[in-house]
Structures are given as structure tokens and as C-alpha cells.
Design a protein around this ligand. Sequence first.
Ligand code: HSE
Length: 461
Amino acid sequence: MNSSLSVFVGTPSLLILSQSGLSKNPRKGFFMPPQPLRIGLAGLGTVGAGVIKLLDENAALVSRRANRDIVITAVSARDRARNRGVDTQRYAWVDNAPDLASREDVDCIVELIGGADGPALAMARATLAVGKPFVTANKAMIAHHGQALAALAEAKAVALKFEAAVGGGIPVIKGMREGLAANAVTAVYGILNGTCNYILSEIESTGKSFGVILAEAQALGYAEADPSFDVDGIDAGHKLAILATLGFGSAPDFDAVHLDGIRCVTPADIDYARTLGYRIKLIGLASLENGHLHQRVGAALVPMHHPLAHVGQSLNAVVVEGNYVGRLLFQGRGAGEGPTASAVVADLIDVARGEWGPPFAMPTASLSPLPKADADTIAERFYLRLTVKDQPGVLADITAALRDQAVSVESVIQRGSDTHGDVYFVLTTHITPTGAMLRALSHIAKLDSVTEKPLLMPIMN
Ligand code: HSE
């Protein structure tokens, strides 16, 4: 099957663009209806089963929108016998996922295996190398290898699509790549991890600790057995690196994302934040600071009047600021069977229509690395929570460290005493260079009177 873009004229009034699939009927001299797009699906977990269900249930609609049928012909997963609630017997079974790419009856691969390297990467390379389109939900692989894969796709003039990699069902990739293509993006930020948002929402509503809520979420299947990718900010960091690339035309640079998670956030922090007029959220933020790229993931205080403060439970939301469009908010379900399948099949419809534009909104050669923003060039307001001994002189030592770095305190809260006789001491600062705040914090953390690791969080505007 020819996978390069062709233009066919059907009737005088009909111009059909197709990546493949149109063929001439030798008997009548007219073009036959487009051939189906035949999918090789690797990974039959929750999302894989969702893709099968969606393609079954919405087959007619998908076919009308794509102007051709989209059918799965072959699948690959670890366990052939497992009951997935969908009929997989009708598809050819392939034990070694990368072998899907070279099958004659497969025009396009959907990869739902996950992992930055290993079989997913091998399959992406094999698929693009033979000139077939590749659709994936794999944020880790795109964050680490997206540029090289995009170059491969470009060289073969085929699609590399990853709408499901960021924000699940929210069409933020397409929104940024296409809808915002005319804008200079000044900032992109949001709630990029549903597990963290769920845990923070539950801490707030129940007053239980991070550890208790995490254990409950794991028992309910909302959090992974190994939760570190989610709760340490790595998953959100992968997504942020992809959004930053789309927004700023920079080479994807996951290693430059400053990562912090939510393990240190206590019910008391959530309570103090509320008293101050904020809600705590895990925020991924990328911005341009004088030509330098600032990328960070971490717990942050979001003003109650900001829309992101009202994105609760496992929802995701992304804010994009463009110089002509202004501020946009994308919000919805960032994970799960239905939303992620919705994004994967939207990509397949694009592929079926023959769309294969640059994966990151511009040719790969135009993506240029941006220098990392220095902590002294970024200025923010901060929330600092300290656990300190309740004794004379403690506040004087803390404020001296802040004074020495020219950090100006905006407000202070000290309340009660915990069972050890230590107290929480919370302060917020006026806008201050991050570097100065970090130097002051390094000094404060070493004081004898500070008895636990301090928690520092930026306060969003
Ligand atoms: N584990 C992610 C989350 C979903 O909790 O948002 C997939 O990226």
C-alpha cells in the first residue's frame, strides 16, 4: 500500500486527499470507495480495550468522519488468555509487538504499551522506518525521544500522533499544534496528573494524611502500586516537556524540568493555604523568561479565584497563554478508558484522512534547544512551612536568613503546638527571585531549631 500523500480527482466537484486507500476500479474506470485503514494495536490494557470498544460502538460515525473504515486487524499484548471484556479473537495475534509494524495487513500502529524505551521505542522506530503512521499515548517516550521520532516520521512523510499522551481526552495537543499555531505562546501550565489532583482533593475534603489517602487510592485502583511516577511529578514532567515543545518550538527537554511532587504536603498546609485564600495543586508550568525556558512541576498555591483552583478530583486542566488569543483553558478527564480511547481514535481519524503534519507544529529542524532559565532570573511569591522548636529566638534566626537574601515577608502564621512540643510556622513572601529564596531556605533548613524538612511552594499569580 502506498503511504505517501497523493491527490486524486474523483468527480469534477470532488477533490479527495488520501494517504493511502483509494484505488481505481479497472472495470469501470472510476475510483473505488477508500480502503479501510488497518490498525495493528499493541497493548490491550484499559486503554487498548477502550479503543476496541469505541471503534465497535462508533464505527459508522468514525467511518463517516474519516471517509473510510478504521478496522483493527492484528493485536499484541503480554497475556493472550486474559479476559478484557472485548472480543480479541477476531484479530490476528502477534507475540512480539514490534513485529506488527511489518505485517502486510497493518497500515498504521497504535502503541499502548508505555515506557520510554524497550518494546514501545523499538516499535515506533520499526513502524516509522517502514513508512507507516504511528499513534501513541506514551508521554515518556515522546518526552525523551519525540524529536528523533518526529524526524523519522518527517523523513518518511508519515504521521506521528500522540494526542492521548497529554491530558487524556482533552484535545490540547491538537489545540496547541493547530488551533494556536498563529500565536507566540508566553506560558503553558496546568494540572497534568489526575492521581495527584485526586490525592490533594481527598486530603482537603477528609483531613487525612498523604500516606493514608495514597493507600486508599491504591486499594481502589486509582493509584499505581509504585506511585512514584505520579506523586513525584515525573508523569506531569513528561507531559510538560511535550507542551513546552509545542508552545515554544524548543527541542523537548525533559531533563531540564525541575521536578517536585506532593509527598510533603500535609493537611495542615492545605488548611493554611485555605486560610490565606489558596488551594494547593500539583502544577506543571513552562514559561519563557528572556529567551530562557523555565519548566517546573511541583505543588503550588493557586488563588481561589483562579479556574485551576476549581479543577477537582482526577480532572486535568491546561492553561495556554498566546499573544493574540489571550488565555485559554482546556479541562477534562486526563486518564481512563473512554477519554484516552477518544484521543487515540481522533488521531486515527486524522491518519485515515491522510493528515501527517509536523508532530510538534513545525519541522523538526526548526526545533531549537532553549537555554534553561536560571533561578535568579525567575521571580515568584512563596509559601514556606517550617516545623520549629517553640523557644525564644527562633523567629529571629529565620527572619535574619530571609533578610540576608533580601527576601521580604508578606504574612506569618504560627498556630498551636503539636504533640512533640514543636510548632508549625508558616510565612508567605513578596515577589522574590527564586535563587534568593532557595539560598535563604538552605540556611534556614540547617538551623537547630528547625526540626523537619521545610516545605517551600510557589504562589501562583
Ligand atoms: N497516571 C496519570 C495520571 C495518567 O494520574 O494523571 C496517565 O498519564
